[in-house]
Design a protein around this ligand. Structure first.
Ligand code: URA
Length: 229
């Protein structure tokens, strides 16, 4: 957004007053005086107008080891939310990039950078999500080919994208999805009347859950990890 419009929206000054403040050198973006009313302001810029700091938020990128029984939401009337697991000092404005069901465990990504998270969640990105799946029954031989072909979901009237299945043992598999439909893993195994008894997300697009994290713990992503998306 242009700085003049930004200041008009975020202060009590009129557009004419904003222009005067700009000309008088009373506006700084990231500690530099800005006089051009058309200068663009980015989401995380520090904006100071007439000595008042209007925006000084820093981008935040976290991985959380989501435990079971914690809801992937920012607020919930009964359950602990994933946001409750993050210190108050930096939980402000965080959102979830790809939710997990209540009892699903594993890698959850949280950020306040909507441009970045869209690259993970928008369907066109086709980011690989890898799940470790435990099932009540042994996985049948044909599952690999059926998952590769796609399964028709009547509710959405679509066929799932080709998914990779690796069988680790008769009741434990690793499934790679390139989309994120509602309860997708459970519904795919449900096609074979096979109940998912445990579900754990190991990675998202090359970002692997840190083996040093315990359930409920989080850490900031490194520059390299942020650069994966
Ligand atoms: N698919 C599911 O069924 N549940 C999840 O939490 C994630 C993917």
């Amino acid at each position: 957004m242009r700085i003049d419009r930004y200041l008009q929206l975020n202060t009590e000054y009129s557009l004419r007053q904003v222009r005067t403040l700009l000309l008088d050198g009373q506006v700084c973006i990231d500690d530099r005086v800005v006089r051009d009313p058309a200068r663009e302001v980015s989401r995380f810029a520090k904006v100071v107008c007439d000595g008042i700091v209007l925006n000084d938020s820093r981008p935040c990128y976290l991985m959380l080891y989501k435990p079971g029984g914690v809801v992937s939401a920012t607020e919930h009337p009964e359950h602990t939310t994933v946001i409750d697991l993050i210190p108050e000092s930096y939980r402000q404005d965080l959102h979830i990039a790809g939710r997990l069901d209540l009892n699903t465990t594993g890698l959850l990504i949280l950020t306040n950078d909507g441009h970045w998270s869209r690259r993970i969640t928008q369907p066109e990105s086709k980011v690989a999500k890898v799940y470790r799946v435990e099932t009540a029954q042994p996985v049948v031989d044909e599952a690999e080919a059926v998952f590769q072909q796609g399964i028709y979901f009547r509710y959405e009237n679509l066929t799932t994208l080709p998914a990779g299945l690796e069988r680790i043992s008769p009741r434990v598999s690793r499934l790679t999805l390139y989309e994120g439909r509602y309860h997708q893993v459970k519904r795919m195994f449900g096609y074979f009347a096979n109940e998912v008894t445990a579900l754990h997300r190991e990675s998202v697009g090359g970002l692997v859950l840190d083996p040093g994290l315990e359930p409920g713990e989080h850490r900031h992503l490194t520059e390299e990890e942020i650069g994966l998306f």
